[in-house]
Design a protein around this ligand. Structure first.
Ligand SMILES: *Cc1c(COP(=O)(O)O)cnc(C)c1O
Length: 487
């Protein structure tokens, strides 16, 4: 049974006078122009405060959240975020500063941004950072604008019109390159799920501006030939862009800078501890090597003064910068969380969390291997893995059915039907924050669903069977959402 709306709970005669009388002596009517005055009062539900609290608390409990359950959404890194990071972000000295305050009065905030930038450079093996971009896709746009600025500065922008993107790439990669005005060419994956080097070679010439890559790639495999790929792209005069949205497998272990990448974006709201999934705010910093650093957005947080007498300031003197990409300096609260996260974990802790993420993914992959087919031969994965539900499709259900039935078992669905190179893809990212017990329970649920499909696929095809809301028209819900109660 769907929860009745707060309007259906309305009872005539119930008080709803929670808005205190105006302390202004002058009647409100005389302050508001007549043509802006509503003729009738709003049709608010007549419910007691008690009913309102019950209603919304119950609704919030029907929501699935990372705090209430396992959320193995591949390529999204839905991990538990320690509450201490939220505590730091809410410290009044950080939360209540105003972006127009003079530099001298916000030295702590500037120092935090400076130190965070430096930590992200160390983690990625890069030289300079900008914390401005508000999301991963925004970071990509920034990075590819920097690529374009570089080719303009070296007089090659006219001929370098192509950005290469693997067929397994996240959809934002080709979208980003297209937005910056590049032609996108797809690089095929080989049978192992890695970049097809021979195909890459046929695409490399002086029309190439950049190759966008993520490593580990979206099927959760490490591009072993990355040094050779980087060499070939650089030899052709192109640049290497690293999509670092999901750094959970390599942070503290391997650095994009050492692999040959020139510019990287990170998702602080995936890897570095800002809860996400609700649409923001996020933070997608861009880090660059010496070659591309001059083109980073401005202003940049800089430091002067003898040691112990540091003074931080915003540096606008960056003549080759692509300019500002975000109002003020980006989403500061996300930066505080990331900084707290990095400082509390330290170098060893960050490496440990990556190792645990890889261990968890491989353990889960192992538990499932007799029931769900691996996307590409059974190689060890990094922080996530993809299985193909073709067997379950033949038995009359689908990746979609499995995802919906998992909800009945109390688990959030994995990512499905992506990456597109895997038929009936189910992409599972357990993250480092789950216990072996949770992983075993999840595997048991998936194995039980496999059995259900063999016995009665229609039952699975009608799932979820136990939840308040069944199957919804997802396209309609996204395109024509009804956000108010129809009266
Ligand atoms: C999530 C993700 C992005 C985009 O990040 P947003 O913050 O959602 O814009 C880009 N690339 C990869 C590989 C991702 O997983």
């Amino acid at each position: 049974m769907p929860e009745p709306s707060i309007y259906e709970k309305s009872m005539p005669g119930f008080a709803n006078q929670y808005i205190p009388a105006s302390p202004v002596e002058q009647p409100l009517e005389s302050l508001i122009p007549a043509d802006l005055m509503a003729a009738t009062p709003p049709a608010l539900p007549r419910v007691s405060e008690r009913e309102v609290v019950k209603h919304y608390t119950r609704l919030s409990q029907q929501n699935f959240s990372i705090d209430t359950g396992f959320y193995p959404l591949g390529s999204c890194t839905m991990k538990y975020n320690p509450k201490v990071n939220d505590w730091a972000a809410f410290l009044p000295g950080l939360a209540q500063i105003h972006p127009y305050q003079p530099d001298e009065t916000v030295q702590g905030a500037l120092a935090l941004m400076y130190e965070l930038s430096s930590a992200l450079c160390q983690i990625t093996g890069m030289k300079q950072a900008s914390l401005q971009p508000a999301a991963g896709a925004h970071g990509e746009l920034t990075g590819i604008l920097m690529v374009r600025a570089y080719h303009e500065a070296t007089g090659q922008a006219e001929k370098r019109r192509v950005v290469l993107v693997p067929d397994s790439a996240h959809g934002t990669n080709p979208a980003t390159a297209t937005m910056v005005g590049y032609q996108v060419k797809e690089v095929r994956s080989n049978a192992q799920g890695l970049v097809d080097l021979e195909h890459l070679e046929t695409l490399l010439d002086d029309s190439i501006a950049a190759l966008m890559l993520t490593n580990p790639n979206t099927v959760g495999l490490f591009e072993e030939n990355i040094l050779e790929i980087a060499q070939k792209v650089h030899d052709a005069g192109g640049l290497l862009y690293y999509d670092g949205a999901n750094l959970n497998a390599i942070a503290g272990i391997a650095r994009p800078g050492d692999m040959g990448f020139d510019v990287v974006h990170l998702n602080l709201h995936k890897t570095f501890s800002t809860p996400h999934g609700g649409g923001g705010p996020g933070c997608g910093p861009v880090v660059a090597n010496d070659k591309l650093a001059p083109f980073l957005p401005k202003p940049r947080v800089a430091k002067t003064g003898a040691s112990g007498m540091d003074r931080y300031y915003l540096d606008y003197d960056c003549p080759q910068s692509i300019g500002r990409v975000k109002g003020f300096y980006g989403n500061f609260g996300v930066m505080v969380r990331a900084y707290t996260y990095i400082v509390t974990l330290g170098r060893d802790g960050i490496r440990q969390s990556s190792q645990d993420a890889i261990l968890n993914a491989n353990y889960l992959r192992h538990l499932l291997k007799d029931h769900y087919r691996a996307s590409h031969n059974d190689r060890p994965c990094m922080h996530e893995f993809v299985v193909s539900a073709l067997k379950q499709k033949k038995a009359g259900s689908s990746a979609y059915g499995i995802a919906k039935r998992l909800l009945d078992y109390g688990f959030h669905s994995p990512t499905i039907y992506w990456p597109g190179i895997v038929p009936e893809a189910v992409m599972i990212e357990p993250t480092e924050t789950e216990t072996p017990e949770t992983l075993r329970q999840f595997a048991q649920a998936l194995i039980a669903i496999d059995r259900e499909i063999e016995q009665d696929p229609e039952f699975v095809n009608h799932a979820p069977n136990n939840l308040t809301v069944g199957r919804v028209d997802e396209a309609k819900a996204a395109r024509q959402p009804q956000l108010t109660w129809p009266q």
